[in-house]
Ligand binder design. Structure first.
Ligand code: FAD
Length: 527
């Protein structure tokens, strides 16, 4: 083994998928012994945004649910070496693709309006919308700068089937970054013909925590990786100056007590910047979640502290500076009877777990949900049914519940969803059998905020020899945020660069380089 690697220590700040991926790459590609790697995570559990918890009695809960697909080349490559939760001889990747084959999505009720399924065979775009859409794909990123999406389209565009399906699927608001939307169009160009059916979308067998985080954590633990949970990093200290600095200390509070790490120049420090799930809070059937406007978690506080030290470390306020434009309410619902799932199956003609997303087009909150293929949790008893949803406009008043979604208790969210579906005849029984846990996420779409060059730091910032930034807020050309793939990509770039490894990176998929996909997309747009 390379002596330098054997001696090298790696400190990974944050225990989300970006850090877990970086740890795998350090061991697998870099030959760094697992015992030399420390992951510092402030919450009691690993996984970050990729979380899921709860119980059948009290209700399951997860802040987010996940869709994947062929564009996730790095994630699938990474997970092809990690044994799945249930079978040590089958990788997480194999397990996910096998599951996709047995329970593929084929949405038959992608959009619902006043309790009726909408015909989505056409995107409903006018000629001007079609030209604007294709025009945005062909624009230069630098020329778009920090433009908002609504500066690139007419108002009518935002009332088309296309926009309802695209924005609800990926979480875009009209005020978000046009540059990011353009990247999405190109990165997911293959999806255009199947935007309504969601046929190409893949999901893991269980929720993301059970199917991805647990197996990765188990693998890393077996390699000897040290997990410091309940430890918040508050600052990094540097030695040197100008274009040759090095992290020399990581300031850390472990359960409130100082617990710093001294770092040598030939060690590496990999920091997950910011977090889309920081400051989140839970409600219940009878309580609404609280909107945290302050700094209780370490993610944004650390980036803000670092940004004061060096302009190369980016500008966090661009992303975390306006939570009224970045917040969402999500909710997880658990039933111990099949009433709602049976009703949905009759309504949509989709077996549970195969219908993909359902967006309630006329709902003021713009509600979207999907039913998990049971069991959604590896440990869930038979006869437990879980679904998950979100509202893109949590501050609008509901159509059946005269309240903002952000102020609603779980029961009220259910009343709104069931009423939009036209299930009022059975409302009482449907609500009685459910436990709905809402979650307030102040920063969920923060990574989509309009940005200018320099707002996001490079993965390896200039002038620092032993530091890299990973996660959703560093700059990776062509790739798209709000994806696990982006965090994995950042981890691979960080490790490859810091360890001086030969880059094995396939080029990021760009639709414009793939004529077949381009023609397919344009045909669908013009339909
Ligand atoms: C509602 C929702 C839906 C989503 N849907 C999809 C989807 O369909 N497909 C998809 O690919 N992705 C989806 N995502 C995005 C995906 O989950 C995230 O991009 C990914 O999990 C981010 O991982 P990360 O490790 O970069 O950051 P995070 O998961 O945010 O992890 C950062 C971790 O670092 C810790 N931390 C931060 N600062 C400190 C500090 N100073 N000290 C100690 N610890 C610290 C935090 O506690 C956290 O655990 C979704 C996310 C959400 C919220």
């Amino acid at each position: 083994m390379n002596r330098a690697r054997e001696d090298l220590r790696a400190y990974l700040v944050g225990g989300g998928i970006a850090s877990l991926a970086a740890a795998v790459y350090l061991i697998r590609d870099g030959g760094v012994p697992g015992r030399n790697i420390t992951i510092v995570e402030e919450s009691p559990r690993l996984g970050g945004s990729l979380d899921a918890g709860g119980s059948p009695e009290h209700g399951y809960s997860m802040r987010g649910s996940r869709m994947y697909g062929a564009a996730y080349t790095l994630m699938y490559e990474l997970l092809s070496g990690i044994p799945s939760l249930d079978d040590p001889h089958r990788s997480v990747t194999r397990d996910t693709l096998d599951f996709w084959e047995t329970a593929p999505w084929e949405a038959k009720a992608r959009l619902v309006e006043d309790g009726k399924i909408v015909d989505t065979s056409s995107f409903g775009l006018r000629e001007k919308d079609q030209a604007d859409l294709i025009g945005l794909m062909l624009r230069d990123e630098a020329a778009l700068g920090a433009k908002r999406i609504d500066e690139c389209f007419d108002e009518a565009f935002f009332r088309t089937n296309f926009w309802f399906m695209w924005s609800s699927m990926f979480g875009f608001g009209t005020w978000h970054s046009a540059v990011e939307l353009r990247r999405y169009f190109l990165r997911f160009l293959r999806l255009f013909p199947d935007l309504a059916s969601l046929r190409l979308i893949q999901s893991t067998r269980y929720n993301g925590y059970d199917s991805i985080v647990k197996p990765m954590a188990r693998w890393l633990e077996a390699q000897g990786v040290v997990f410091e949970v309940g430890a918040r990093v508050t600052d990094l200290e540097f030695s040197g100056s100008g274009d040759r600095k090095a992290v020399r200390r990581i300031s850390c509070l472990h359960e409130g007590r100082p617990s710093d790490f001294d770092v040598r120049e030939n060690d590496v420090v990999i920091v997950t910047l910011g977090s889309m799930t920081a400051e989140s809070s839970w409600g219940s059937m009878t309580t609404a979640p609280v909107l945290n406007r302050g700094r209780h978690d370490g993610a944004w506080a650390l980036w803000e502290r670092l940004a004061e030290k060096d302009p190369a470390f980016g500008r966090p306020r661009t992303f975390c500076g306006n939570i009224d434009l970045t917040k969402w309410v999500t909710f997880t619902v658990t039933h111990s009877d099949g009433r709602f799932f049976r009703r949905m199956e009759a309504f949509s003609a989709n077996p549970p777990g195969c219908g993909g997303l359902v967006t309630l087009k006329t709902s003021s909150w713009l509600l979207t949900f999907h039913l998990y293929h049971p069991p959604a949790y590896a440990e869930a008893p038979e006869g437990t049914f879980v679904w998950w949803g979100y509202g893109l406009f949590p501050d609008r008043i509901g159509d059946f519940v005269q309240k903002k979604m952000s102020a609603c208790i779980g029961e009220e969210i259910l009343v709104e969803v069931f009423s939009h579906l036209g299930f009022q005849d059975d409302l009482g029984a449907l609500v009685r059998g459910a436990r709905c846990i809402p979650c307030m996420l102040p920063y969920t779409t923060s990574q989509f905020m309009p940005r200018a060059a320099g707002d996001r730091p490079q993965v390896v910032p200039a002038g620092v020899v032993n530091l890299a930034f990973v996660g959703q807020y560093c700059e990776i050309p062509d790739d798209v945020v709000y994806t696990v793939e982006y965090s994995v990509h950042s981890a691979l770039l960080a490790v490859t660069s810091l360890l001086g490894l030969e880059a094995k990176l396939p080029p990021t998929y760009r639709g414009l380089d793939h004529p077949k996909a381009l023609v397919g997309a344009i045909r669908t747009i013009l339909r």
